[in-house]
Ligand binder design. Structure first.
Ligand code: FAD
Ligand code: DLZ
Ligand code: SF4
Length: 518
């Protein structure tokens, strides 16, 4: 730690703010101001984050502090084991304020409501003025999103996305969408086949700084979920850029087509594994979108791939953030389907006979990563169908994925996956029986359960649970036009079939409630 010296501004940089163009840094001056970064126990344990997530963030923070120093900034960096580390942001800011007696604290707005509430209390608690500066790393500001959303009966992502395409000019030609269509999702539903040439993300050897962090995490967070090694994430901006270039060369072209596919043993398929870097600030979303657009314009990748990828960043990523900041704090308590079951233990251990769940959870434990369809249609789908309390599902997703911060994780979990917001974010629940999983993956081959069977011993649990879910939630869901077809199919079944499906689902739910193996 450097000598205590007065400074004009104390710039607090949080763990997911690792961007040299950060708004708080832009407002400050290396000559007279000081940066504070701190590894704090409370942030690492308010949910028990995956070991790889903590290691990634601490390693990336330490490398970023070095980058700032090299650019002329004076940085106080408090490691987790440093003498006197109080374990909280507020405690560390208080100590730094006592050391440097700043005129004011500058901090870019955080990504979680919980932290924002804490920052707002700093001036009275610490006796220093605090400027909370708008985070300019997003393509749509919170106020812009509010203006778009207010007065709309429906706030559908697709409408928001079109507005963002017009605003940024991405994939636009003479005021019209490239290729004459806004969205090529219909081309993006193909299952994948095992292939020797399947891409995989760029991997990096840990350097000395990262090795020190890995030792620290092994020592202090040994009881948290997840495998720490092998650790291969990018931890600097240059490495993240390399990971992006590698994705564009090897996988982007197949991104659209195989976006919904799942394959045993293939953890990444044609996905980019870039959310970890984007969300921590190592990559810039607009820069990423421009590069993807250029790859399409150069003929490197087809339009459905470029459009599909840009839609995720420019559309979904910005949209869920807008919803989060508009709807918090009440959003976090929503539970439209009154789901109250506890999260099954096997979400932490992968000890389940359901092959699809075992695959998704095992790779989550190994990599702190699962791709979107695994999160939505495997682990999320199962929690939805079995009526797990959404807040427990949320705490799991927030803990286990290296890219998880509340602004992005909470709307995806509570809104998109668990329909806890009653349809604010998605027009219908994302749910399916075994058929969809069988169509989009090879998980069902070799599963202990039979995907073709709906009831009786060995029947795929997703099948009966699916119909039971529709029946159980009919009072909330039946009027939904997008569910007319499944409700009509349910109504057309004979009474004995319906009774047998409900009985079988009841058995599965009882087994789960008793903590039995499923
Ligand atoms: P790719 O498939 O390569 O997609 C490209 C990029 O698009 C991602 O890197 C991401 O930045 C963005 N993106 C794609 N879908 C979404 C989305 N629905 N919302 C926001 N951004 C999106 N994403 C997170 O970044 N953090 C989370 O904590 C998170 N939690 C989720 C929880 C649930 C229940 C679900 C269903 C989805 C969640 N997502 C989350 C969205 C999505 O699953 C991840 O962004 C994606 O899997 C990250 O992997 P990737 O970089 O390989 O993505
Ligand atoms: C997620 C996380 C963890 C595990 N640890 C730290 C930390 O020690 N110091 C820090 O500045 N940030 C950490 N973070 C990220 C913060 O929790 C994050 O800034 C908030 O979730 C707000 O987005
Ligand atoms: Fe999953 Fe059912 Fe297929 Fe088994 S049979 S992998 S439980 S969908």
């Amino acid at each position: 730690m450097s000598d205590p010296q007065p400074c004009r501004n104390l710039v607090v940089v949080l763990g997911d703010q690792l961007s040299p163009d950060l708004s708080s840094l832009k407002r400050a001056d290396p000559a007279s101001d000081r940066v504070l970064m701190a590894e704090v126990w409370r942030e690492a344990t308010y949910v028990r984050h995956h070991k790889k997530k903590i290691a990634f963030l601490f390693a990336a923070m330490r490398h970023f502090a070095e980058e700032l120093r090299a650019a002329g900034w004076k940085v106080d960096y408090v490691t987790l084991d440093a003498d006197g580390n109080t374990g909280s942001f507020r405690g560390e800011v208080a100590r730094a304020a006592a050391r440097h007696r700043p005129e004011r604290v500058l901090v870019t707005e955080p990504g979680e409501w919980r932290v924002l509430e804490d920052l707002r209390a700093w001036p009275s608690a610490l006796g220093v003025p605090v400027d909370i500066v708008t985070d300019t790393r997003f393509l749509c500001s919170v106020s812009e999103f509010r203006a778009w959303a207010s007065g709309r009966r429906q706030r559908r992502m697709e409408h928001f996305y079109r507005q963002m395409r017009r605003k940024t000019g991405l994939l636009m030609e003479g005021g019209k969408p490239a290729g004459g269509q806004w969205n090529f999702d219909a081309d993006n539903r193909r299952p994948a086949k095992a292939d020797l040439f399947m891409p995989s993300p760029r991997r990096f050897e840990p350097d000395r700084t990262t090795r020190e962090v890995l030792d620290l995490v092994a020592r202090r967070f040994g009881d948290h979920i997840g495998d720490l090694e092998p650790f291969w994430f990018a931890v600097t901006r240059d490495q993240a850029q390399e990971a992006l270039d590698h994705f564009m060369e090897t996988a982007l072209a197949g991104f659209g087509t195989y976006q919904d596919a799942m394959l045993r043993g293939e953890k990444f398929l044609f996905h980019s594994m870039l959310s970890v870097y984007l969300n921590a600030g190592l990559l810039d979303p607009m820069d990423l979108c421009r590069k993807v657009e250029a790859a399409y314009r150069n003929g490197q990748v087809p339009l459905n791939a470029a459009e599909g990828y840009i839609r995720q960043i420019l559309g979904w990523r910005e949209y869920v953030r807008g919803i989060y900041w508009m709807e918090m704090p009440d959003y976090g308590d929503s539970n439209a389907l009154n789901a109250i079951a506890p999260l099954p233990d096997f979400y932490w251990t992968a000890q389940t006979r359901m092959r699809c769940m075992r695959e998704a959870i095992t790779q989550t434990i190994e990599e702190a990563y699962a791709h979107h369809i695994q999160r939505l249609m495997i682990t999320g789908n199962f929690a939805l169908l079995t009526g797990v309390r959404p807040q427990e599902v949320h705490a799991w997703y927030l803990a286990v994925y290296a890219d998880a911060y509340e602004w992005v994780e909470l709307p995806n979990t509570l809104g998109m996956s668990q329909f806890a917001d009653g349809g604010l974010l998605g027009s219908k629940p994302y749910m399916s029986g075994g058929n969809y999983i069988n169509k989009m993956s090879d998980y069902c081959k070799g599963c202990d359960y039979d995907v073709r069977r709906r009831t009786g011993k060995g029947a795929c649990p997703f099948n009966a649970l699916y119909w039971n879910f529709l029946d159980r939630n009919a009072d909330v869901l039946k009027g939904n036009p997008r569910l007319n077809q499944p409700y009509a199919t349910w109504a057309a079944m004979d009474a004995d079939t319906r009774t047998a499906l409900k009985a079988h689902a009841g058995e599965v739910l009882e087994q789960l409630a008793g903590g039995g193996p499923v």
